[in-house]
Design a protein around this ligand. Structure first.
Ligand code: ADP
Ligand code: ZN
Length: 217
């Protein structure tokens, strides 16, 4: 099963994808995590990427497409994958079409107020990347990761002015993908209006959609 999670920043793509990975046993490929890893490694490329990511701007298509292409060539992707944060533009979607076929695109619909609440209260583990929320998905110990004991922090791009910019970029560059995939008949909508809902309930719904779509063929 080759799945794309589509949705605005803060829709919960990363939260759901990490749980889908555990339950479906296929890799979770987050281009945002790949970008942050590259920045953390302080490579030449990482320094370039940081300038975009810290301001909430998209990294140039060519760079991100190359990173993703290489990742999809790795053997663990043979049995399928969950893409989180890619594609983000029409040229990225066209490039993806040339690399592989996609079975289903899950479109996460989330109201703006929920997005802002999520992003402005998000905490991320410095060590393993696990995602928490100060209000709705609290870690058991203050600012410490439940999974690995790492320190939790607030992402540079989760500051209010950068959140606004990311939402603007999403509407301008990424939203057109909804029509792109709807026209192909692979888009399925999932609605999450309740910020306090247990992520596992949304994950159950996504899994039942994926099963339905991949058993059809
Ligand atoms: P979000 O939480 O906003 O969905 P991500 O964690 O997916 O953010 O990505 C963080 C940053 O990495 C983005 O703001 C952007 O600079 C860069 N990035 C990630 N994926 C892509 C992509 N597909 N195209 C361009 N830039 C990307
Ligand atoms: Zn952790």
């Amino acid at each position: 099963m080759r799945v794309v999670l589509l949705g605005p920043p803060g829709a919960g793509k990363g939260t759901y994808a990490s749980r889908l990975k555990r339950r479906l046993g296929i890799p979770h490929i987050s281009t945002g995590d790949m970008v942050r890893d590259e920045i953390k490694a302080e490579t030449e490329l990482g320094r370039t990427l940081k300038e975009y990511a810290d301001e909430g701007r998209l990294v140039p298509d060519e760079i991100i497409i190359n990173l993703l292409r290489r990742r999809l060539e790795e053997p663990d992707c043979k049995g399928g994958f969950i893409l989180d944060g890619f594609p983000r533009t029409i040229p990225q979607a066209e490039a993806l079409d040339k690399i592989t076929e996609i079975d289903v695109v899950i479109n996460l619909n989330v109201p703006d107020d929920v997005i802002v609440q999520r992003l402005s209260n998000r905490l991320v583990c410095r060590r393993c990347g696990a995602i928490y929320n100060r209000l709705t998905l609290k870690p058991k110990r203050d600012m410490i990761c439940d999974i690995c004991g790492g320190e939790l922090y607030t992402r540079e791009d989760d500051k209010p002015e950068v959140i606004r910019e990311r939402l603007r970029v999403y509407r301008e560059r990424t939203q057109p993908l909804i029509d792109y995939y709807r026209r192909r008949g692979v888009l399925r909508d999932v609605h999450c209006n309740d910020p306090t809902i247990d992520p596992e309930i949304v994950v159950d719904e996504i899994i039942s959609i994926i099963k339905r779509e991949t058993e059809k063929t």
